[in-house]
Design a protein around this ligand. Structure first.
Ligand code: ATP
Ligand code: LTN
Length: 327
């Protein structure tokens, strides 16, 4: 089976865009692939946080992922800092990546320009830790959003360079980017993507939101004034976003759905109903998991054990090919 690896940062609350654009694809691929999913808490350290915050959010994110249907029996779900090999390989790869390569990373340019007081060295070397995440598992495919393509390309370049200097060591991974239709837009600002970091949450559907509030946010979604229901993301971003969400929830195409509506009202009502139906069972499972946090902790410990079974021999291979003194 194809080895798949992806990582998600424990920052911010998970929203409908994350669910429909990423997490649901992970859930659907269980069983057909050999998947490893990592909550990348060490990556979250690159931007200053209060003590304890990352730990709390890590547990929450694990609960959300499991509530969304990720099954720790069928995939490997674990926390990055629980598997020391990530940090160790991250250092080795830092020493095989050039300053120039890292300087070209657009995520660094973006994120560093938004930090006023303190730009950590870790924010700059972040992509080498991400490369370690991926290469430690002999990963073939990395499902990520378009914004991460550059980091996966860098990972390939670093792996190729290492292989040519030290002999065949790493499998070369490939980014798998979902189609743009999987992009959920902000309900109030439909030309921007739905995002954790939006200024207000009126256009964002959080997975933990009260369902009555969720339905209300959808009924109040921004649409345009001509009152014609048509799938046309460029000319009619608000209506197309609702059709896209309804389509993603019901497994139908947005174009086909558009033909069934004459007015915005019924489209909004049906979209609200479909989203509530999607979120209801997730919230009820989330409630159970929150009532028993020890269960999630136990599942994560099991995940880290499975992860180490793959990561330890790969790091041994790296150390051996580098020619360090055997341990
Ligand atoms: P931020 O809002 O801070 O940019 P984010 O909400 O984009 O964060 P990430 O942690 O960067 O979330 O992404 C997690 C996953 O969710 C990625 O695979 C990303 O492509 C996907 N994703 C994020 N937002 C959307 C969206 N609006 N529609 C579809 N997929 C999304
Ligand atoms: N950089 C990614 C998160 C991430 C990741 C990974 C994704 C860290 N390590 C390994 C795929 C594979 C982000 O910011 N979304």
């Amino acid at each position: 089976m194809t080895r798949v690896f992806s990582g998600i940062q424990p920052t911010g609350d998970i929203h409908l865009g994350n669910l429909l654009g990423a997490v649901r694809n992970w859930v659907d691929s269980q069983g057909a692939t050999d998947s490893v999913f990592c909550i990348v808490d060490l990556h979250a350290l690159t931007i200053p946080k209060d003590p304890g915050e990352i730990g709390e959010r890590t547990l929450e994110l694990a609960q959300v992922l499991i509530a969304c249907g990720l099954d720790p029996e069928r995939v490997t779900l674990f926390v990055q800092s629980h598997v020391h090999q990530h940090a160790e390989l991250g250092w080795i790869l830092q020493c095989n990546t050039s300053f120039g390569e890292l300087s070209r990373m657009t995520q660094f340019k973006d994120k560093s320009s938004r930090q006023r007081d303190f730009v950590s060295a870790g924010l700059f070397t972040y992509p080498t830790l991400q490369a370690a995440d991926i290469l430690l598992y002999d990963t073939e495919q990395v499902p990520v959003g378009e914004d991460q393509r550059q980091h996966v390309e860098l990972t390939r370049d670093v792996a190729e360079r290492f292989n040519s200097r030290f002999g065949e060591t790493f499998v070369l991974p490939e980014a798998v980017i979902p189609p743009a239709a999987a992009r959920v837009m902000d309900l109030q600002n439909p030309t921007d993507k739905m995002s954790k970091s939006a200024e207000t949450d009126a256009g964002t559907i959080l997975l933990g939101d009260d369902l009555a509030r969720t339905a209300k946010k959808i009924r109040r979604a921004m649409t345009d004034s001509d009152n014609e229901v048509r799938w046309d993301p460029a000319a009619k971003p608000g209506v197309s976003n609702l059709l896209g969400i309804l389509g993603a929830c019901t497994g139908r195409s947005p174009e086909e759905l558009a033909g069934g509506y004459e007015q915005y009202g019924p489209l909004k009502a049906d979209t609200a109903e479909a989203v509530v139906a999607l979120l209801e069972p997730i919230q009820s499972r989330l409630g159970e998991l929150r009532a028993d946090p020890a269960e999630t902790t136990r599942l994560l410990a099991g995940g880290a054990e499975k992860a180490r079974e793959i990561a330890v021999p790969v790091l041994d291979r790296v150390v051996c090919n580098l020619g360090l003194q055997p341990r």
